[in-house]
Design a binder for this molecule. Structure first.
Ligand code: HEC
Ligand code: HEC
Length: 147
């Protein structure tokens, strides 16, 4: 084997090792996220990963046009960013959100999935169906008259 070819092989081998190392590291970071379990789930499945929970939460925030602190308590820390306590149930908005989750689930499973139009079941609803980017959706036809 020529020296040049040998050098190329070593180069490729090193690259592969580096890639394996990078992957192992990424895996570790990932595992860490997964091991961090939610402490106070009452509606969502208890085995939901933090990653999945965060996706759901981003959906809530976008649907209502709010930040996380709308439903979760933030403790002020001098000179630092407020520390969020996601497991705490102090804010009434969090409890309302739980009831809303159950309502959405009920509407979807008890009613919409059983309603048929021609050959397809009706679309499922989500928070955004009513909230449309607002914390308080329009609940009276009067608000439409003012538009
Ligand atoms: C509209 C209200 C609402 C908003 C906005 C919201 N959450 Fe939540 N969050 C909830 C509710 C309700 C639960 C509890 C769900 C349950 O009981 O199954 C929860 C649970 C959580 C949990 C699990 C806590 C634990 O240990 O039990 C985390 C983490 C979390 N939220 C993060 C976030 C983040 C990050 C944001 C912003 C991107 C956010 N939430 C925005 C309502 C909200
Ligand atoms: C069928 C329509 C509908 C759906 C779907 C819906 N909501 Fe609501 N939501 C309402 C109405 C109506 C109110 C009361 C608004 C008011 O007080 O003016 C409300 C109020 C709330 C509030 C309290 C807001 C406040 O500041 O008082 C929260 C939090 C909330 N909804 C979260 C959610 C979440 C999270 C979802 C999805 C899991 C959801 N909602 C799905 C209709 C809906």
């Amino acid at each position: 084997m020529s020296f040049k070819k040998n050098k190329k092989l070593i180069f490729i081998a090193t690259l592969c090792l580096a890639m394996v190392a990078a992957q192992t590291f990424a895996q570790k970071e990932h595992d860490h996220d997964h091991n961090e379990k939610a402490k106070n789930l009452k509606v969502l499945p208890k085995d939901m990963s933090m990653e999945e929970i965060h996706d759901v939460m981003k959906g809530f925030s976008k649907s209502l046009g709010v930040r996380c602190g709308y439903c979760h308590v933030a403790h002020e820390v001098e000179g630092q960013r407020p520390k969020m306590d996601f497991a705490a149930d102090d804010k009434p908005e969090k409890e309302v959100a739980r009831d809303m989750m159950k309502m959405v689930e009920g509407i979807n499973t008890k009613y919409l999935s059983k309603m048929k139009m021609d050959d397809h079941a009706l679309t499922q609803i989500t928070c955004v169906t009513c909230h449309n980017g607002k914390a308080k959706p329009i609940t009276s036809v009067d608000s439409l008259m003012k538009m």
